[in-house]
Design a protein around this ligand. Structure first.
Ligand SMILES: [Zn+2]
Length: 420
């Protein structure tokens, strides 16, 4: 298959690669070439013509909560710990009911695809059955990514708290059932250190190693949370050390927020290849703080973007890129030495940077998975300019899902599911 269009993507964070009226070839879901001409060897293949439209990599949302989709825009006067207690935990407790969960998960998955996300990493809830339903639903819709059964065996309401052994046994069953999945894989998902006993964390680290599974959790989001972790785990050197001691901090780990990191924690992340997930909507909404994203990138940390609904109020990585840029520029006023994010850097974080968590994802270089969006920006570009970076900038800042006219995931066209 060959696609023709105005192609733009990033191979490194500092600049865009642009191919006006260019071609991308794909075979078996992977990019075979991207260039201004069709190479001789591919001249017999048919061309799908998107002339005049932007073709860009699909977006990677590395951190969000499928069951909280229904709460987007609610509880925004609360900070993290009361927000969990009064809004999030009561909602998540309902996901043991099959019909309740199915209806809401379908809405969440459909909207994530609609917004241009082609790889998503979800927290589900503690409930094994509905988490499996979420994985099956992503597969049915054609959305690639990861989903995790949440683990918590302390410091949460009685109606949600798990028995440690049951939590581990169910996570093992979940890993076993999904270990050979191709498109949507399981991810070990301790909610965050305060809601897990040391025995649970240790068991999850062992399970992740045994099944070679990725891991996700939250860290250094809010000062009350950080102080609480220090009380709960007095033997740990710091918050990151709680995860490290339990085998949960490696190059397959996603850690959301990373706002209030100690220098030694940043070093620990860099040394272990951990990917920090920047979730600026959530950080703003529940008053958590401003992640020093530029300083972390300068320190060599891997960084991706997350919508983190419903702490976040957006489902779109486009909007997340914009807020990441804006927050970085506000932070720059207090920390000019850090500099601020540039457009190509924010785009990189939402495509190739975050995509590296899945392997060769988020770019149109040869061998990359063909995850792509075709964007009709004619309504945003009335003056008819043809500078591709300028057109992409307008789409990022002023466009939305209505400009996306086609989506490809892993080489296949994917429609927004018509489920509701
Ligand atoms: Zn989160």
């Amino acid at each position: 298959m060959i696609i023709k269009g105005d192609i733009i993507y990033t191979t490194e964070k500092g600049s865009f690669k642009q191919i006006p009226s260019g071609y991308i070839g794909t075979a078996d879901g992977r990019v075979t070439f991207a260039g201004a001409e069709i190479p001789e060897a591919f001249r017999n293949e048919s061309v799908t013509d998107y002339s005049g439209r932007l073709v860009m990599p699909g977006f990677c949302d590395l951190h969000t909560h499928a069951p909280q989709y229904e709460n987007i825009g609610r509880g925004m006067d609360l900070t993290l710990l009361p927000w969990l207690e009064t809004l999030t935990f009561p909602t998540e407790s309902r996901y043991g009911e099959r019909d309740y969960a199915e209806k809401r998960y379908r809405r969440a998955v459909a909207d994530v695809i609609r917004q241009g996300t082609t790889r998503a990493v979800f927290f589900a809830t503690t409930h094994l059955n509905s988490t499996q339903m979420l994985i099956d639903m992503m597969e049915e819709a054609g959305l690639c990514g990861l989903a995790g059964k949440v683990n918590m065996d302390q410091n949460c309401p009685g109606y949600l708290v798990e028995d440690t052994d049951v939590s581990l046994a169910e996570t093992r069953a979940f890993a076993e059932k999904n270990k050979d999945n191709v498109h949507v894989k399981p991810i070990v998902s301790p909610r965050f250190a305060p809601s897990c006993t040391p025995r649970l964390l240790k068991g999850l680290g062992e399970l992740a190693a045994e099944y070679d599974l990725p891991i996700q959790s939250h860290i250094n989001e809010n000062m009350d949370e950080i102080n609480w972790v220090a009380e709960l785990f007095p033997e740990a050197q710091n918050y990151a050390d709680v995860y490290r001691q339990n085998g949960l901090l490696n190059s397959q780990t996603l850690m959301a927020h990373c706002i209030h990191m100690k220098p030694e924690e940043t070093r620990m992340f860099v040394e272990n290849g951990v990917m920090a997930v920047h979730c600026p909507h959530s950080n703003a909404n529940i008053a958590s703080g401003m992640m020093p994203v530029k300083a972390m990138m300068a320190a060599g940390m891997r960084v991706g973007l997350g919508t983190d609904f419903s702490g976040g109020n957006a489902v779109s990585i486009l909007k997340t890129m914009v807020l990441a840029l804006q927050v970085s520029k506000l932070r720059y006023q207090m920390h000019p030495e850090e500099g601020f994010l540039k457009l190509s850097e924010a785009f990189f974080l939402g495509t190739k940077g975050g995509g590296s968590f899945f392997g060769k994802v988020g770019s149109f270089e040869e061998g990359y998975a063909f995850d792509a969006l075709v964007v009709d920006d004619s309504a945003l570009n009335r003056e008819g300019g043809n500078d591709l970076e300028d057109r992409l900038s307008r789409f990022i800042y002023a466009g939305d899902d209505r400009n996306i006219v086609q989506r490809y995931i892993d080489g296949k066209p994917v429609a927004v599911p018509d489920w509701d």
